[in-house]
Ligand binder design. Structure first.
Ligand code: NAP
Length: 284
């Protein structure tokens, strides 16, 4: 029951009606028996400053941040955690005694997905498809975990080169046209293959990155961060090729649970969160 003691959390963004976070977080909160509630709050771009001040005034202990505010919120915060600073985007804000710190929990969510399935990217040759917003969290996560090498395969090499240049102080990263022969050679020695493009996501379920599966070693770990559908065509091909596969559900749940841990110190149970997420996706 919501009472005067209930602690408030939520997510700001626009549009926000489609957000899966309220169902997911409240399922975890309920399973943990905590007196907290998590709501979706529509905030338009021009209202961001007022909304941030308002959430602080209203005594929120934390909130998530989604499109279009992930970069725009940074100047309004008192401190930015290292992951969010390096990635250049904030997806969670903690408020303690009026002091607001920005975090990016996608890194933890991305890595937890693999760890949950007994896979560590440390020392592995990784190939990443796509170089957009999600890729930045993935690249930083892989760097932090100590991958041996990282090749990014894309359709637009010039555009992706800027992302690789940004992360180059941390490790050597190659960008290649994913239809090239040199990219095929990198696939042959890959031990981890990740899709961070939206190719294959609902409603475009019959698309996927142009991978030559004959070049992918059977049995490697293949990770698609898409969670709708649960098995993209890319993941189905990987499974049929004998690879260990993982979709983006664990990443989504993991980033949410990590945000709540930062805000409260409580580790929410992830299975009820994943169940709530699946139920929402089935009803969409
Ligand atoms: P984004 O910033 O738009 O980046 C998308 C990347 O994919 C870019 O490199 C883009 O290349 C490439 N791409 C897009 N459409 C393409 C096409 N038709 N052919 C070839 N390449 C294409 O998107 P994002 O925010 O990184 O998100 C990507 C996906 O990850 C989405 O499906 C999203 O739902 C999912 N995601 C999942 C989680 C999770 O928690 N599981 C978190 C974040 C994102 P160009 O630069 O050439 O356009």
């Amino acid at each position: 029951m919501i009472t005067g003691q209930t602690k408030n959390f939520g997510v700001i963004g626009h549009p926000i009606g489609h957000s899966l976070s309220p169902a997911m977080q409240n399922a975890g909160i309920q399973a943990a028996g905590l007196d907290c509630v998590y709501i979706a709050m529509p905030v338009e771009e021009e209202d961001l400053a007022q909304a941030v001040t308002g959430l602080k005034t209203l005594g929120f202990q934390g909130f998530n941040v989604t499109i279009p505010h992930k970069q725009a919120i940074m100047p309004f915060l008192d401190a930015i955690d290292e992951d969010a600073r390096v990635i250049g985007a904030v997806n969670a804000v903690a408020i303690q005694d009026g002091f607001m710190t920005g975090y990016n929990t996608d890194v933890v969510g991305f890595l937890q997905g693999m760890h949950n399935h007994g896979f560590s990217p440390a020392g592995k040759h990784a190939v990443l498809l796509g170089a957009g917003g999600a890729a930045r969290a993935i690249i930083w996560g892989l760097i932090k975990e100590g991958v041996a090498s990282l090749t990014i395969g894309v359709r637009n090499v010039v555009k992706a080169q800027a992302v690789a240049d940004y992360f180059r102080p941390y490790m050597q990263i190659q960008v290649m046209d994913w239809q090239s022969w040199e990219f095929r050679r990198m696939l042959i020695k890959s031990q981890l293959l990740i899709n961070s493009t939206p190719l294959g996501m609902e409603p475009n379920t019959l698309t996927m990155p142009p991978i030559d599966w004959a070049a992918v070693p059977a049995g490697i770990f293949v990770y698609d961060i898409i969670y709708t559908p649960a098995e993209t065509m890319f993941l189905r091909m990987a499974r049929e090729h004998g690879c260990q596969t993982l979709n983006g559900e664990d990443m989504l749940v993991g980033q949410g649970a990590e945000a709540f841990r930062i805000w409260t110190g409580h580790q929410l149970p992830t299975e009820p969160m994943a169940q709530a997420l699946r139920k929402c996706l089935e009803n969409q």
